[in-house]
Design a protein around this ligand. Sequence first.
Ligand code: IMP
Length: 176
Amino acid sequence: MHKNLSEILITKEQIDKRVKELAAEISLDYQGKDIVFIGVLKGCFLFLSDLVKNVRLNTNIDFMMISSYEGKQSTGIVRILLDLKNSIDGRDVIVVEDIVDTGLTINYLLKALKTRKPKSIEVCSLLNKPTCRKVNVNIKYRGFDIPDKFVVGYGLDYNEYYRNLPYVGVLKDEVI
Ligand code: IMP
């Protein structure tokens, strides 16, 4: 375990198993369809890559990068820093997130994407912090519900560090 962590919350083995389950669920639900995965950078990068390797469907992959945080507070005002390359008009879309916390970011993003007239749009999030929710969000595919702790690893960062850890862990208080 990394020395700046107080505990490993979700092991690599648990992640591998759950990601495969989610990929199987999506493959079944979208049988015979073409889908567009939209990865929300940067946090999604490991989750998305492991997920799509296990999805048995024709897939397009596109990315967005957004900023929603002023310091450590989610504002809910999303600035699009990098937009999709292709249109999602008439497409079945799955937005892939690392974590839904207050829900403000994904809520705003979904509203923006719905104006582009996708045929359907769902959310797949590796992590969910249900106790922090400020707006109602329907997360159709969710990896793990976690307590209200600041976590890093498997794509999630603190000041851009720890994204490469193969597990999800809790940062020690003195590091934050
Ligand atoms: P929300 O708008 O509060 O749902 O914020 C979602 C975004 O906040 C995520 O995409 C992450 O970038 C970031 N975030 C929220 N909680 C954590 C955490 O525990 N660790 C790392 N990033 C987090």
